[in-house]
Design a protein around this ligand. Structure first.
Ligand SMILES: [Zn+2]
Length: 61
């Protein structure tokens, strides 16, 4: 069990007890650091590469 996981959307580390774990119907486990990332991915179907506020985190990965 990983203690620190990274956000599926923005790539930032998530501490234990924080964030949202979302399981899709096909069984894919996705973790989001905030409701901002969760809504952007699930509700609005946004591409992280097109958002200015995730560009920095994606460049490091
Ligand atoms: Zn995030």
């Amino acid at each position: 069990m990983p203690r620190v996981v990274t956000c599926t959307f923005c790539g930032q580390p998530i501490k234990p007890g924080q964030g949202i774990m979302y399981v899709r119907l096909d069984g894919t486990v996705e973790r989001y650091c905030s409701s901002k990332c969760f809504k952007s991915a699930v509700k609005y179907h946004r591409n992280p590469r097109r958002l200015a506020w995730v560009r920095k985190a994606k460049a490091q990965a």
